[in-house]
Design a protein around this ligand. Structure first.
Ligand SMILES: [Zn+2]
Ligand SMILES: [Zn+2]
Length: 145
């Protein structure tokens, strides 16, 4: 999914936020990412900016509070963010965590789509955070394990 700067600006304004350059940059980055990103990955992928890392962090938190960048994975105790057009857009699919490089990848929702149940608990379940782990294809190819 990609988001133009203009679309990012209107998404921010629609949530009552000012469309400042750090917010637009972080939102465009998250929308273009194929996997959830931690704060340090956001910094790394943004590259050099006119503002400092603390500003990026504050804006990431703002986006999270506004529901535009929910934390969709807490693998290994690290918050990872993803762009959400709507609140229900929050990565309701399993994630894969690599034990070697630590990256978190999105897996097809079909993997857990059959996790349905009937009975008194059915109405209680509002979401799932399924996490699978192992060595990612890159680490398997390069790590010689
Ligand atoms: Zn890996
Ligand atoms: Zn995901």
């Amino acid at each position: 999914m990609s988001l133009s700067k203009e679309a990012a600006r209107s998404a921010l304004r629609a949530r009552g936020l000012r469309a400042t350059p750090p917010r637009v940059a972080v939102l465009v980055l998250l929308a273009g990412a194929e996997r959830p990103l931690s704060f340090s990955e956001v910094l790394e992928q943004l590259g050099p900016t006119d503002w400092d890392p603390a500003t990026t962090f504050r804006n990431l938190v703002k986006l999270r509070e506004a529901g535009l960048a929910p934390v969709v994975s807490r693998a290994e105790g690290l918050d990872r963010y993803a762009y959400a057009r709507a609140p229900q857009d929050a990565h309701q699919h399993p994630h894969f965590v690599c034990d070697d490089c630590g990256r978190v990848e999105c897996l097809p929702a079909a993997l857990t789509a059959t996790l349905a149940m009937a009975g008194p608990w059915a109405a209680s379940i509002e979401g799932a955070e399924v996490q699978l782990k192992g060595a990612c294809p890159d680490c398997r190819a390069g790590g010689g394990r």
